[in-house]
Design a protein around this ligand. Structure first.
Ligand code: PEP
Ligand code: MG
Length: 543
């Protein structure tokens, strides 16, 4: 037996799998002919058109068939691939090469590769991950032109862990149900389709293990830990035993947590604590609800602005905010206005180069000075508030004057909309407590705010003068430092005196060791990454 090969990558889908390996290498289509005879342009173009039609039709059919098992979103991937197949640009690229007497099978692979490279060079992680999808679609068209041919995956008859340099959605979809135990791929990220699909199928996956995979391609057996992003090819018996142990521990842990998902968390003495989710986009809403989110404690709206090269219009923002509001119905959704600056830059906005960006033109400071940015966001929020229970809060506030100025802008936008006859909904206005100044001024802020939400990530870095992203400063990055605890105590006391709720939306809210301490301070709401919700509810119920 070969010696074990350690593979380390990104944990793309949770769970443990141990089983026989199946190595899937791309079919690697080599067109038999690269040239076509003179005068055959029309005929070859027609052949190409027919191949495109067949491939696009098959992709759409697969998508339709999978809707029931994979869900709408994942099945829609096949529609996107069908659109890539019949994309007019692909057609014109191939047509140009046919005129130069290149064969259609060679031309489609060539044009597909050109597009794939352009996509791979983009900084946007999601678009770059689409490069392999384009290659896959071109490969399918070339295969159709050269007489088709499967990949072998459709013939899998024993459940296996699939090892692959890359896996396209069409590969994944070909695997017969129940025949895949796990995935390990050299390429890919959490937003690659193999990851999306693995998650929706509940199959453990480790992606992005890189060149290390080459040493594992001959493996007979693989152990996968999708939580930790680790896999071992040809594991020795002790490793197998340790993975099996991990599996039963994790399964027990998860099963033990499931019952908490949809419960209302209450401490043993009956104190009700709301457990909400932190979201970065409207598309995460459904999943968060599945984890048991009772609302959204922090919607980081700047992510909506960062996903693209130009700023989203008021209308686009209105749609995104309305979608989350609708998904959560009567449950509260707290939208945080733009928090740009620090480590987050914004395409489409001129930001000065700063020596200390975290101490710079950040959050509400920038919003107040750029009405062209802030105005449309506030209008979109007020309009979207007609669809659900929206609240708004401002980031990086240091004092009541700043908070009043932001509220004033919100009020002005409301008057503007009312004068235009555009419907608006009510929104409570709160403040993030994430600077020591805001915590120290909490009593005054509490006179003006409907709620507080403590951003421990920034509160820790500003209190302890320790950059939150610097790995050398790990010992200064905990919210349990007495100075931070004291600032949070002051905040909670001010909230309690004024009778306004105090939530925590920084990472500390989901940390098991911090939850009892936050509750002891008087915090009434915790907001965290959605998968941590069941565990948090369990901890609360035990206190
Ligand atoms: C925080 O600072 O704790 C917070 C929740 O905001 P962000 O992490 O987006 O800065
Ligand atoms: Mg912050």
């Amino acid at each position: 037996m070969s010696s074990p090969v350690e593979l380390s990558g990104v944990g793309a889908s949770d769970g443990i799998a141990v089983g026989p390996a199946y190595t899937h290498l791309e079919a690697g289509i080599e067109p038999e002919r690269t040239r076509i005879p003179e005068g055959s342009f029309d005929e070859e173009l027609a052949r190409f058109g027919a191949a495109v039609e067949a491939v696009a039709g098959r992709l759409r059919e697969t998508g339709e068939n999978l809707k029931g098992t994979l869900g709408e979103e994942e099945a829609a991937i096949f529609e996107v691939h069908a659109e890539m197949a019949d994309d007019p640009e692909l057609l014109s690229g191939v047509e140009g090469r046919l005129r130069d007497l290149e064969s259609p099978e060679s031309a489609v692979l060539g044009v597909g590769e050109e597009y794939a490279r352009e996509l791979a060079a983009l900084e946007d992680e999601y678009l770059a991950a689409r490069a392999d999808d384009v290659r896959d679609v071109a490969r399918q068209i070339a295969a159709e032109l050269t007489g088709g041919g499967g990949t072998g995956l459709e013939a899998l008859a024993t459940p296996c862990v699939i090892l692959a340099r890359n896996l396209a959605p069409s590969d994944t979809a070909r695997i017969p149900k129940g025949m895949v135990l796990g995935f390990v791929t050299a390429g890919g990220s959490r937003t690659s389709h193999v990851s999306i699909m693995a998650r929706s199928m509940g199959i453990p996956a480790v992606v992005g293990v890189g060149d290390a995979l080459e040493a594992a391609l001959e493996a007979q057996m693989v152990a996968v830990d999708g939580d930790e992003g680790r896999a071992v090819a040809d594991p020795d018996p002790e490793t197998v035993a340790s993975f099996e142990n991990l599996r039963s521990r994790r399964e027990e842990e998860r099963a033990g947590l499931d019952e908490y998902r949809h419960t209302e968390a209450r401490t043993r003495d009956g104190r009700r604590i709301e457990v909400a989710a932190n979201l970065g986009s409207a598309s995460e809403a459904e999943e968060a609800l599945g984890w048991g989110a009772e609302g959204v404690g922090l919607f980081r709206t700047e992510f909506l602005f960062m996903e693209r090269d130009e700023l989203p219009s008021e209308e686009e923002q209105y749609e995104a905010y309305s979608a989350v509001a609708q998904a959560f119905g009567a449950r509260p959704v707290i939208l945080r206005t733009l928090d740009v600056g620090g480590d987050k830059s914004l395409p489409g906005v001129d930001q000065p180069l700063e020596e200390n960006p975290f101490l710079g033109w950040r959050g509400i400071r920038m919003s107040l000075e750029v009405p062209a940015l802030f105005g449309p966001q506030l209008r979109a929020i007020l309009r979207a508030a007609t669809h659900g229970n929206l609240k708004v809060m401002f980031p990086m506030v240091v004092d009541a004057g700043e908070f009043r100025a932001a509220k004033g802008m919100l009020g002005a936008r409301r008057e503007e909309l009312e004068a235009e006859g555009v419907p608006t909904g009510p929104v409570e206005v709160g403040v993030m407590i994430e600077t020591p100044a805001a915590a120290l001024g909490a009593a005054e802020l509490a006179q003006e705010a409907a709620f507080f939400s403590i951003g421990t990530n920034d509160l820790v870095q500003y209190t302890l003068a320790a950059d939150r992203g610097n790995e050398k400063l790990r010992r200064f990055q905990g919210a349990d430092h007495p100075a931070v605890m004291e600032l949070m105590r002051i905040t909670c006391e001010a909230g309690e005196e004024r009778g306004i709720p105090v939530g925590v939306c920084g990472e500390a809210a989901g940390e098991p060791a911090m939850i009892p301490r936050l509750l002891a301070l008087g915090v009434t709401e915790l907001s965290m990454g959605a998968p941590s919700i069941p565990r948090a509810k369990k901890i609360i119920s035990s206190l």
